[in-house]
Unconditional design. Structure first.
Ligand code: GTP
Ligand code: MG
Length: 197
């Protein structure tokens, strides 16, 4: 996908305050530090579009970006980061919940999982909750550049096995790296497939 324009629209603490639009929207979510903001920059070929940080807890609001004046990306705060205060975790949790519940133009929510570690209960719980609430999701394993191919396969298989206990049909799964751009074409093809023809 050739990104001719990538505009930062704004940041919101509450889904209710966000501008309403019928443009197709794609959200990026996952634990803090998993690489959500970096992936948005990789997919849009813009280094500093979404703010990234090596310190978890960087993205603290709902950030909206407009691409090619046609589709929107949403960078969401990470869930479950222990060092963020309990109050803030609750605020983030509510922010995410309301956004997912109310956002009628959400075409797909990409749930990012760090491929370097074994499946985390908090990720499995979040993915399963999306399934129960009929939120359209696709999974993206991040930081593939840090792993050998055999490790990648083993960790992906572990995620599949954990999800198979609950899902009849697994959601799409992509492997990505913001460093090497692995997965960029596949993720864009997934986005294009969901758009109205
Ligand atoms: N090696 C490698 N590092 C990555 C990759 N993606 C992100 N990182 C690094 O991981 C750290 C976190 O990246 P972010 O994109 O800020 O993560 P985030 O999920 O947006 O984090 P929060 O906003 O804090 O929830 C940064 O130091 C990135 O450089 C990747 O694909 N490969
Ligand atoms: Mg972020």
């Amino acid at each position: 996908m050739d990104i001719k324009t990538a505009d930062y629209i704004g940041s919101w603490q509450k889904n209710a305050d966000m501008p309403h639009t019928e443009l197709p929207e794609f959200g990026f979510i996952g634990r803090s530090n998993v690489g959500k903001s970096s992936l948005i920059n990789m997919l849009t070929d813009r280094k500093g579009l979404a703010k990234t940080s090596s310190t978890p807890g960087k993205t603290q609001s709902i950030n909206l970006f407009l691409l090619n004046k046609q589709i929107q990306f949403v960078d969401l705060p990470g869930y479950g980061y222990a060092k963020v205060s309990k109050d803030k975790r609750e605020i983030f949790g509510k922010m995410i919940k309301h956004y997912l519940h109310d956002r009628v133009n959400l075409y797909c929510l990409f749930v990012l999982i760090d491929l370097r570690i074994k499946p985390q209960q908090i990720d499995l719980d979040f993915i399963n909750e999306c399934g129960e609430n009929d939120i359209p999701i696709a999974l993206i394993g991040t930081k593939a550049d840090k792993l050998k191919p055999a490790e990648l396969e083993a960790n992906k298989a572990a995620i599949d096995a954990a999800l198979m206990k609950v899902w009849n049909e697994l959601p799409p799964f992509f492997i990505s790296s913001a460093e090497t751009k692995v997965g960029r074409n596949e993720i864009w093809n997934c986005i294009k497939d969901t758009l109205p023809k």
